[in-house]
Design a protein around this ligand. Structure first.
Ligand SMILES: [Zn+2]
Ligand SMILES: [Zn+2]
Length: 265
């Protein structure tokens, strides 16, 4: 099995318009799309962003006949404490190959909204990281913890500033390990938002704690970002002695050798 991008969106997400066919053209093997589920979505004026599962499944089933079962189903769960039950009810009886767990908002605003920029970065970190811990602890059925730095994407945070929060961040990573989840290297966070050094610190802590399951995801909303900087993220993992990443099929993890990526390039 080859490595593939485990975080990307199509027109089934309200903030994307990309097609499955275009991703299939870019990729050589399997693909998965991870569409948004965000109750009381701040970017939608407080409306729920619900993936139309029936239409999504039908579209994929039809395309899979043409494209030799290359497409897997995924969802990106935007967690809030208030929506916990609604998320569970939504997921009931639906099948996904991979479930990403994300914290995008605090019930009041999304962490990418301009209001966040006016805040003190320490205050934002003091708020955001406990929300992440709460998400992992209360939603352990998800497979991947996505973009741990989403809450601080709008800030320039140094490694030293991040280290001041190491106690809570190590708890988050320990919870990822305990719940058998994978830790996502979000390559747009790393190489577009410039947080690669923060990810490197997290990789070190995660490995120290005994973590070994990494997921590679670009968070592409169009093919321009498919597999964004995967070669750099893989080189970073190899530098830390990591030799595999994890992909999920029917929510079951498989370790794929990083060497596979180079062979497929
Ligand atoms: Zn996200
Ligand atoms: Zn996403």
């Amino acid at each position: 099995m080859a490595i593939y991008d485990q975080h990307m969106h199509t027109y089934f997400s309200p903030d994307a318009s990309e097609t499955f066919e275009n991703y299939l053209k870019q990729a050589s093997g399997s693909i998965v799309t991870t569409e948004h589920l965000d109750f009381k979505d701040c970017f939608m004026g407080g409306q729920d962003t619900l993936l139309d599962y029936e239409k999504y499944s039908k579209t994929i089933d039809e395309l899979n006949k043409q494209y030799t079962n290359r497409i897997r189903k995924g969802i990106e769960i935007g967690y809030t404490k208030e929506s916990h039950q609604q998320i569970q009810d939504y997921l009931e009886g639906k099948e996904f190959d991979v479930q990403l767990l994300s914290v995008h908002q605090n019930g009041e605003y999304d962490f990418l909204q301009p209001i966040v920029k006016e805040k003190n970065v320490q205050d934002v970190m003091n708020e955001y990281f406990p929300l992440l811990l709460e998400a992992v602890e209360s939603f352990p059925t998800a497979n991947v913890l996505s973009h741990f730095d989403y809450g601080i994407r709008l800030f320039e945070v140094t490694v030293e500033e991040l280290q001041e929060h190491q106690s809570i961040l190590k708890k988050v990573l320990q919870a990822v390990i305990d719940k058998h989840m994978a830790f996502e290297l979000n390559t747009r966070s790393m190489y577009q938002y410039g947080n690669v050094d923060l990810y490197e610190q997290m990789i070190s802590w995660y490995l120290e704690l005994g973590g070994h399951s990494f997921s590679l995801g670009s968070d592409a909303h169009s093919i321009a970002y498919y597999g964004f900087h995967f070669d750099d993220a893989i080189a970073l993992l190899e530098k830390h002695g990591v030799s595999t990443v994890t992909v999920f099929e029917q929510q079951k993890p498989t370790q794929v050798s990083l060497k596979q990526f180079k062979e497929n390039e």
